[in-house]
Design a protein around this ligand. Structure first.
Ligand SMILES: [Zn+2]
Length: 465
């Protein structure tokens, strides 16, 4: 101890002398207090109120009434439009609220023609408006018969919870400004075949949106599972492996250089997992699969077009509360079993926590510089590994501080090592052999916000600037 105490002044002095030289490449702060504040901001009371309002429309089936002002999908989407508009008024018009729609017909679940109408609100980025992060939930609900558009179908958890969470995230984040754009989306037509997401993803592609990530929330309020587990401290994030748009040549490349567990979607999932540190009593269970076993969700149409997109949801589902006619059955032993997605099955505090996970992730992603583009790696048959990447236009990333290089053993599910390397476009890790690790690079903002880690090559690319 005495020895250390004597050394301390020398170390401080050395630090002071070194400061002018090091200042430019000093790493940004490791903790971001602003994210901790966002991580506790969502209100369970607001979420409950919005779920009650959505349930109050009786049914929100995609083929239900569109004219009534009190019942059906039309009334529900107009209320969501009005709610986004109210949120926008409170932030001086900071949201562009619009409908995203398309006619669907001739499909098994939409004989049609039906106008599938989603509601989106865009919080335009101040520096890089064409770079987007998206949070979504689904407006529509269903009962046992997927074509039943008239019976009561409360859809309290599936998926009024996801829409209520999206509205609440908009309320919180609209109080701040971000360099990148944030989209809050209430998508329609999910139960009929993922049409709202497909329409929005195609519009985004056509308009050339650079999408860093889609966080699709589908059922975020059930904390008592059908398996008997009661758990309000974990959330699942589902993330596909190799991207659906990979070409045969890209797959051939990947076979020799790796990347089967490093799609941008996977690195988005790892990013969101780290963001849970800003939400008290919440951990993320990453699931390395597109979705639940053989089931679907609205992140998939974005994955179909090559965009990074994950499904965020509760860890323990209750199937008696999904896609069921409202009814009570008595089994042979005389036990009553209640079916239906009613509001008494929703844990509002839990939904608020999953909303917080989204909000901190959106805030960090929209604050961070764009994910590094054109990332390449070399170092075969050498002691060292070199990563190279392109830097963005300074106007797109006015808060860019520099970059962090990441690596991990190939069997590790998440990044374990990182090094701040400053504002450079290439970096060599000396005596770290390329064969033994996976590598990536992230861009870091002056406040410490980071982009997702980008794995080199087509397999891991988040796209160009
Ligand atoms: Zn559903």
């Amino acid at each position: 101890m005495r020895h250390a105490a004597r050394l301390l002044p020398i170390l401080v002095l050395a630090g002071l002398i070194a400061l002018p030289v090091c200042a430019q490449t000093a790493p940004p702060p490791a903790s971001i207090p602003r994210l901790d504040a966002i991580g506790t901001a969502p209100s369970a009371a607001n979420i409950e109120r919005d779920i009650r309002t959505l349930v109050g429309f009786g049914t929100r089936h995609t083929l239900s009434d569109t004219k009534s002002s009190t019942r059906g999908i039309g009334a529900a989407r107009r209320w969501i439009f009005d709610e986004f508009t109210r949120i926008s008024k409170a932030c001086g018009g900071c949201l562009e609220v619009r409908y995203s729609s398309g006619i669907v017909q001739g499909e098994p679940r939409i004989p049609g023609p039906v106008d599938v109408v989603s509601v989106i609100a865009i919080q335009r980025g101040s520096a890089d408006p064409n770079r987007y992060v998206i949070m979504s939930g689904d407006i529509d609900s269903r009962v046992t018969d997927v074509m039943n558009a008239t019976s009561d179908s409360p859809g309290a958890n599936d998926n009024a919870s996801g829409v209520a969470g999206t509205l609440e995230a908009a309320r919180i984040l609209s109080k701040q400004r971000f360099p990148g754009s944030i989209v809050y989306a209430a998508l329609s037509g999910e139960e009929q075949g993922l049409y709202g997401g497909k329409i929005l993803a195609e519009q985004a592609k056509k308009e050339g949106w650079r999408i860093v990530g889609v966080l699709n929330n589908d059922m975020i309020g059930n904390s008592a599972g059908i398996n008997g587990v009661v758990d309000n401290t974990t959330a699942r994030v589902f993330a596909e492996g190799t991207r659906a748009t990979e070409t045969p040549e890209e797959a051939r490349q990947r076979r020799f250089t790796g990347g089967e567990v490093d799609s941008p979607t996977r690195n988005l999932a790892r990013y969101i997992e780290r963001m849970a540190t800003h939400v008290p009593n919440l951990d993320v269970m990453m699931v390395y699969r597109l979705d639940r076993f053989a089931r679907g969700g609205h992140h998939r149409p974005f994955n179909d077009l090559g965009y990074p997109a994950v499904r965020v949801m509760e860890t323990n589902e209750h199937y008696d509360r999904q896609h069921q006619d409202l009814r009570t059955e008595t089994d042979a032993q005389g036990r009553r079993r209640v079916y239906g997605d009613t509001i008494d099955g929703v844990d509002f505090d839990y939904a608020a926590k999953l909303t917080a996970l989204n909000a901190v992730s959106l805030a960090a992603l929209a604050t961070a510089p764009p994910p590094p583009a054109k990332v390449s790696i070399e170092g075969a048959v050498s002691a060292d590994t070199t990563l190279k990447w392109a830097r963005p236009d300074p106007e797109q990333a006015p808060n860019l501080a520099g970059y962090k290089v990441y690596w991990r053993l190939t069997t590790e599910p998440r990044w374990t090592h990182s090094r701040w390397v400053g504002d450079v476009g290439a970096y060599t890790l000396e005596n770290i052999v390329i064969d033994n690790y996976f590598f990536g690079v992230a861009a870091v903002a002056t406040d410490g916000s980071e982009s997702p880690v980008v794995f080199p090559g087509a397999a891991g690319s988040f796209g160009d600037y």
